[in-house]
Ligand binder design. Structure first.
Ligand code: LLP
Length: 418
């Protein structure tokens, strides 16, 4: 459910015509709906209301400060994976005690920042990391709150690039090593065991892999108990999928019901790290058609947004629905929708049935709120697009379009080349 809808043949974001915003801010641009973000958070959070729980929004999915602030106001915590994300989360007003820190490559410096801030827990992913965390905590005369991220070896049945809970993935620890980590942490005066963590992948469209992972975590908790180890927090990560095309992911209520059923007999606070499900369908990318081109083999709609703006199609062959912002009767054609980047992989859609739009027309690339702007780059020296947030009948540029000065900011021609 989202607040992008047609009214008199025109695409609106809440109460604002998308065309209007394009006229003012230019194209391409990302557009988010505040009402959708709010609703998604509330539906997700309420689904777990019968259980002690904490929703830690996965900042990597969309880390714009305004988005973070909106979610903070709804009561969200944050799942972070870098010092930069910690900085953003705190700036946006997410309390440190609602922040969990995941990721396989935390540096000592990032650990220090997080300990200083007083985060809820570190989701530790290796023995080496555990050692460094203990050293950092000792140097600060603190005790670091830890959870060990276990790799339950469950197949999430999603794209291989975004599956993380298989033994061949770099994430988490196998059960044997995880036990070793817990036993080391147990006797370490600078570490405090507070939780257990697991995240098996992203864009999951079935509940069963989550349940399977949770069962394995539960069995492992039993084992920990026999060593006198207990936890307060059980972090099940993120990963719930959304509709891009013809997927049918379970709604949050169904996902929650299945997890709650498994958790009845446990005395823990459930931590969740949803990303995509909160922001994915709350955002679109608006782009303008530059040219139409036909080769003997193919038709191309060339638009002003490229893989540097939205990487998902090029990177994962991901499907995003693309619709004209102004709908009118026109023939359907089969075409590639491509960007201006000098790469064959620079496409937003391939062999897509799409209305025959003309140069100058606007297209909306749907479901682009998650892993959209955050994965954008300056490749081909293209300034990154602005991000705009709509709330009812108003819109706000929440990140301005980059300019050429910004493109080269920080670069320097050394003296010997002067
Ligand atoms: N927690 C951890 C530890 C994660 O690694 C992730 C995502 C999440 C939570 C949030 O997952 P979500 O609820 O959004 O599925 N760039 C890819 C997705 C990469 C996901 C990385 N980790 C894409 O565009 O599909």
């Amino acid at each position: 459910m989202h607040h992008f809808h047609f009214q008199n043949g025109q695409l609106y974001a809440e109460e604002v015509p998308v065309k209007e915003i394009a006229r003012k801010v230019g194209t391409p641009f990302y557009l988010y709906s505040a009402a959708t973000l709010k609703r998604h958070f509330q539906v997700f959070d309420q689904a777990f209301s019968s259980l002690p729980h904490l929703v830690c929004y996965s900042v990597k999915a969309n880390s714009n400060l305004a988005v973070l602030r909106l979610l903070a106001r709804e009561g969200s915590g944050a799942d972070i994976v870098s010092g930069g994300e910690l900085y953003r989360a705190l700036k946006a007003g997410i309390p440190a005690e609602k922040v969990v820190f995941s990721g396989v490559g935390k540096t000592a410096r990032e650990m220090r920042q997080a300990l200083e801030a007083g985060i809820l827990m570190f989701n530790v992913e290796s023995l080496g990391e555990l050692k460094v965390l203990s050293r950092v905590a000792r140097s600060m005369r603190k005790k670091a709150p830890v959870a060990i991220r276990i790799n339950p070896d469950v197949d999430p049945k999603t794209h291989p690039y975004i599956s993380t809970g298989l033994q061949k993935n770099k994430f988490g620890l196998d059960l044997e090593t995880a036990l070793e980590a817990y036993l080391l942490a147990q006797k370490d005066p600078h570490l405090e065991i507070v939780g257990i963590d697991c995240h098996i992948g992203s864009q999951l469209t079935e509940v069963s892999p989550f349940v399977e992972a949770l069962r394995r975590v539960k069995a492992f908790l039993q084992k920990l108990k026999s060593f006198g180890i207990s936890v307060r927090y059980l972090d099940l990560g993120g990963g719930l999928g959304i509709v891009y095309g013809n997927e049918a992911p379970p709604p949050p209520e169904e996902y929650a019901r299945a997890l709650i059923e498994e958790l009845k007999d446990l005395d823990v606070t459930l931590v969740l790290e949803p990303g995509r499900v909160l922001v994915g369908n709350a955002g679109i990318l608006v782009t303008r058609v530059l040219y139409y081109k036909e080769t003997p083999q193919k038709k191309f709609i060339i638009v002003d947004a490229g893989m540097n703006d939205l990487l998902r199609p090029a990177f994962y062959n991901a499907y995003h629905e693309i619709i004209p912002v102004v709908s009118r009767k026109r023939p359907l054609i089969k075409a590639d929708v491509v960007g201006p980047i000098c790469e064959t992989g620079d496409f937003l859609a391939r062999d897509r049935e799409i209305p025959q739009v003309k140069p100058g027309e606007l297209l909306a690339v749907m479901s682009a709120g998650a892993y959209g702007f955050v994965m954008s780059s300056n490749y081909n020296s293209r300034p990154r697009p602005p991000e705009v947030l709509v709330s009812r009948d108003q819109y706000f540029v929440v990140r301005k379009r980059e300019n050429y000065a910004r493109l080269i900011a920080g670069e320097k021609i050394p003296d010997f080349l002067r």
